[in-house]
Design a protein around this ligand. Sequence first.
Ligand code: NAD
Ligand code: UD1
Length: 333
Amino acid sequence: MKILITGGTGYIGSHAAVELITAGHEVEILDNLCNSKRDVLGKIEEITGVEPKFYDVDLRDAEALERVFEESDFEAVMHFAGLKAVGESVEKPLEYYENNVGGTINLLECMEAYAVKKLVFSSSATVYGVQESPEYTEEMVTGLKISSPYGRTKAMIEEIIQDVAQSDPEFEATILRYFNPIGNHSSGLIGEDPNGTPNNLMPFITKVATGEIPVLAVFGNDFATSDGTCIRDYIHVVDLAKGHVIAMEQSTPGVKIYNLGSGKGTSVMEMVKLFSRVSGKNLPYKVVERRAGDLAEFYANPSKAERELGWKVELTVEDAMRDTLKYLQENEQ
Ligand code: NAD
Ligand code: UD1
């Protein structure tokens, strides 16, 4: 299949590109490089032997986007491009709605105009908002009590995709709700390389490990969990990327929604201990105030993806940490 990957030089998109090429698909990448670097393309080639064609295009630029669709005959789109910093989205909500929602509308318009009818979309567990049970299933009501404008862009895009599919019986969409992606390709060549200050736990752990940050701030240890720190469902990004390939290959008309997670929760303190064990060095940490909006615990019920797609995680949190250390080794100068 010939597939356009938006956001394909980014963290998850680049891993999806590798898995798609490995599975025999033809991949082209579009990215405006606002949170990734062009040299990722060469790294994808080092891993797979193929350097994907690249379009340095912003999804908000409708004319440039249309030229991409004019130039190529895509059968499918994997849509990763978007802004994802939760805190920043609270400060700059309009930028997030314009980029994530506006960019997606431009993309869907081009798909409609050029009769590209297959889509896989990067959604997030954040669309579940606050729920009674920490174990999230796809049937739960979404879009309520979402903690940030970022999260609301994901919920809105999910609705827009549902409406588009409703209007065209041939349209095929798979919405994948990611839990907490960590790790990187085992080669250490591609990984998470955010421009500026990171947001998520693993990149912070990495910065403490390299000495860039002296100590990890653990955001609260008075939650109602076994050790008082928050519990999340961490998923190896290579497992996540493989889930995309399967979802795309098994796509059928209509909208399907899947959680992509491990189904297993790990606390922040467990993450600190695991990283110390895998790296052989104690990771310095300090318990500080809770971060606004953090939920004590949530994890995926991933049984729908296993039942319908035959997908489940194969790698562990320790594997992800080992691969992260390899990425650090490959990228230290
Ligand atoms: P990332 O920032 O590494 O990748 C996103 C890419 O999109 C970047 O390369 C960026 O330059 C590009 N981009 C952003 N706006 C663009 C625009 N208007 N036009 C063209 N390119 C644009 O992030 P990621 O972690 O790889 O996330 C990929 C997707 O998965 C995002 O939509 C994100 O919201 C979603 N997601 C990520 C996580 C996570 O924890 N990483 C969790 C749930 C969902
Ligand atoms: C965050 C986002 C969520 C998004 C998800 C994946 C918030 C409130 N939520 O969720 O919308 O979908 O990332 O991108 O930001 N932690 C520390 N110290 C740190 C960093 C994190 O203790 O320096 C803790 C957090 O309190 C949390 C856990 O580590 O308990 C994981 O944090 P993070 O990686 O930001 O993910 P989420 O909180 O799940």
